[in-house]
Structure formats: C-alpha cells, structure tokens
Design a protein. Structure first.
Length: 444
C-alpha cells in the first residue's frame, strides 16, 4: 500500500492536529476575542496566518527538505546544531511541555479547590500523574495515531463544538450578558489589530513545533504500511492540510466565544479566565467540568507529541541515553518547571519566542523558494545571520537592555514598532547573498 484511503488521511490529519492543539491553542484565541472586541476578526486574520498558515507551511517545508536538520544545515552545520537544540528546548522541557501541565491544572483542578487552600501540593501531585501518563503513551511514538487520533481527539472536538454552539444559542436568545458585537478593543488592537493578532499567534508555538512534528507523523504513516519516501512525503503534507483546516475551524469557534464575552471579561489576565467564566455562564458548574476535560485532553495530546519528537531528536544527538531515558529526563524537568505557575511561564515565553520565531519563519520561506533560489547558497548564511542578530537585539531593546550605539539604530528599522524590525535586515542579507554568489560566478 503506497496510498492512504480517505479515512486514513483524515486520521493522520486529526493526529497531527492533536499534537498541535495544546495549552496555547486553547487560551490565546478566546483571549484575542475578548481583547480585540469589535476588531476581533481583523485580528483573527493575522492570528490565522501565524498560528495556522505558518505551521502548515512549516510541515510542508521541512518534509520536502528532507528534515529540519538538513534544512538548517544549508545555513551551516554548527548553526543547525545550535538552533535546533534551542528550538527543541523551547518547545520541549523549558516552555511548551511545562505549560501543558500548568494550564490543564489551572482549568481542571483549581476551579474545584476550596477558597484559601494552597495550590502547591495539589499542583505537584497533578503534575506527577499528568507527566507519568504522558510518558507512558510517549514510549510508543509510532502508535500515536491509535492513542490520539482515534480515541482522545474526537472527544476534544465534540466538546469544543458544544461550547461554541451553546454560545451561539445564548447570544441568539438575547440573554443580555453576552453580545456578538464585542467590546471596545484594547489599546494594542486599536491601530494594528491584524499585526497584533499575528504576534499573538507566536504564543501557540506551533510554527516551532511544525518544524519537528512532521517526523513523528511520517513515523506513524510508515507504521501503517507506506514505505516509499515520496509516498510518505505526500501523505505527511496531506495530513498537514487537514490539520490546518481543523485548527482554523476550532480557532474560529474559540475566538467567537472570547468575542461574545468581551464586554464582561475584557480585563481578564489570560484566556483561561475568559473560558472559565464563559463556561460558567453557558453551563453552570457542568461547564467547568466540560472545560476541564477539554484542557486535559488537549494538553495531554500535545505533551505526548512533544515528548516523542524531543526524545527522538536527543537520542540521535546523544545516543548514550536511550529514547526512554530522554523522555524520563524531559518529564522530570517539565514537572519541576510546571510548578512555577502558568503566569510565570507565559511571562518568560514571550521574549524567547520573539527571538527565535523570525528564524523559524525564515527557514520555512527559504525552503519553499529553494527551487528558485537554491543556486545562491550564500543566501542561507547571510539571511540567517542578519535575521538572528536583529531579532536578538530587538528583544533586548524591548526588555530594557540597551546597547550604546546599537539600540538607537535598531529602533530606526522599518516596521520596528509593529514587531517586524527583523524583516529589512533579513532582506538585506538575501540581497548580499545573491550579490556575493553572482560575483563569484562572474570571476570564475
């Protein structure tokens, strides 16, 4: 068999969706809806580009390039090692994996705790059970289609549809609490709603994860009998498109839920607060249970997917420790960090993501245009160098770390205020790379 049936194609797409759809995917769309208010759908357009379009293009780009390591090595082998290591640590034990446990705990346990009771011990016990279960499933990465695609994700999708449908019905009934028109937009969404929505999409971390998830999907495709490389690539890309369609649909539903809540919850600290209060309005106490189940399933699925891809990568780089050993290491580190708390994790994730995201976007674009620009090999190191340097300098400036003589120049970059100051240096790097290679060819 070298071609999937429609049923298996959908199953692979649902599996990839389940790996993408975790903590950030749940909390940021409703938060965007509540904050953007009357500008929600303009902001959602930007969000969809960075949280759906880029991840799916990432799966396609890496799959066609023969893997992330091969793609990043076009810049330089040492760059490939360092950047991929940072990438895996960010989407793995340092940010994304701990966030799956802390977010699901805040949604599935905290609402049922008596007021005044410390959450420290319950959170520790929850994280132990959560990561133990995720570790057990991650021990069989080739069977994620069975565990995630067939069993857990369909339940997740049904519950999200139920939440969305209840919001639509209540708005249509004119209960006076919810309003489909939305609230006045927060300051960040007044002038550049689409741009802010695009930047909000960074927080899902899906573009970073997309550079790695293709490998796990390919493994599951091979486990179902497809062995030829071209067929595996084709089915992996197909799974990416299906996952993208599901992501766009679910994001739209969650954003709508946030939008109709905006008048009441526009001042919420994050998306979890919006969803908790909305579920209570829509279903009462039962809503809290529904929401808790949604978060546990979504976060568990993503945690398993991240354990799998991180474990496989580190086993290849450091083979003295087995795949099982690496998964146990990541589970322990993630368990410790998850007990720091959701707000703390989100606070530190923003500057890290702003520093490494532009490079991920650059690699995806370079991979997609490689057939036309591949003959100019210098494009890769020059664009990567200027993109990386400018991104880091911008993040340092945004966090109050000033460099005399440099910070002032960084602020003069086009689109700096919008968060895209790295684009012009990157384009300059592309021009330099083409010019250098063209000059070399002329002198030969």
């Amino acid at each position: 068999m070298e071609k999937f049936s429609l049923k298996n194609k959908i199953l692979m797409g649902v599996t990839l969706f389940s790996m993408f759809f975790g903590a950030g995917n749940l909390i940021f769309p409703p938060f965007l809806g509540a904050q953007a208010g009357t500008h929600t759908w303009i902001a959602f357009l930007g969000f969809a580009i960075s949280a759906v379009g880029l991840p799916i293009l990432g799966v396609i780009a890496v799959t066609k390039s023969g893997g992330l390591e091969h793609l990043a090595s076009r810049v330089h082998p040492k760059f490939s090692f360092v950047y991929i290591m940072i990438l895996y640590l960010a989407i793995g034990p340092c940010l994304a994996i701990p966030r799956t446990a802390s977010t699901s705990f805040s949604m599935a346990v905290v609402p049922f705790m008596p007021e005044g009771v410390s959450a420290a011990i319950p959170q520790l016990l929850y994280s132990l059970v959560f990561f133990a279960a995720a570790t057990a499933v991650a021990m069989h990465p080739e069977k994620l289609t069975e565990y995630l695609g067939k069993r857990l994700t369909p339940i997740l999708l049904v519950l999200i549809v139920v939440l969305f449908a209840a919001g639509v019905i209540m708005v249509a009934g004119g209960n006076g609490i919810l309003d489909a028109s939305g609230a006045e937009p927060a300051e960040l969404y007044v002038k550049g709603a689409a741009v802010q929505g695009f930047l909000d999409g960074y927080q899902t971390m899906d573009t970073l994860a997309a550079l790695n998830f293709g490998m796990i999907v390919a493994l599951n495709i091979q486990a179902k009998g497809i062995k030829k490389e071209k067929a595996v690539i084709k089915e992996t890309i197909s799974a990416g498109w299906i996952a993208g369609a599901l992501l766009l649909t679910v994001y739209g539903m969650l954003t709508y839920v946030g939008k109709i809540s905006g008048i009441t919850f526009a001042g919420a600290a994050n998306g979890t607060a919006v969803l908790v209060d909305m579920a209570d309005i829509l279903f009462g106490r039962m809503g809290t249970i529904i929401l808790g189940v949604i978060f546990v399933i979504a976060c568990f699925n993503t945690c398993v997917g991240l354990f799998s891809c991180c474990g496989k990568y580190f086993t290849e780089i450091f083979p003295k420790i087995s795949y099982r050993g690496w998964v146990f290491v990541f589970a322990f580190v993630s368990m410790v960090l998850s007990n720091v708390g959701l707000d703390m994790i989100l606070q530190y994730s923003v500057p890290v993501l702003n520093a490494i995201y532009p490079m991920a976007i650059l690699l995806i674009i370079l991979a997609l245009v490689h057939r036309w620009t591949g003959r100019f090999r210098s494009i890769y190191p020059w664009t990567a160098a200027l993109c990386g340097i400018s991104s880091i300098l911008i993040v340092l400036d945004q966090n109050g770390i000033l460099i005399p003589g440099i910070t002032g120049l960084i602020k003069m970059l086009p689109a700096y205020e919008a968060g895209f100051g790295w684009i012009m240096p990157t384009l300059a790097g592309a021009a330099a790379g083409i010019l250098i290679d063209f000059t070399k060819k002329q002198t030969v």
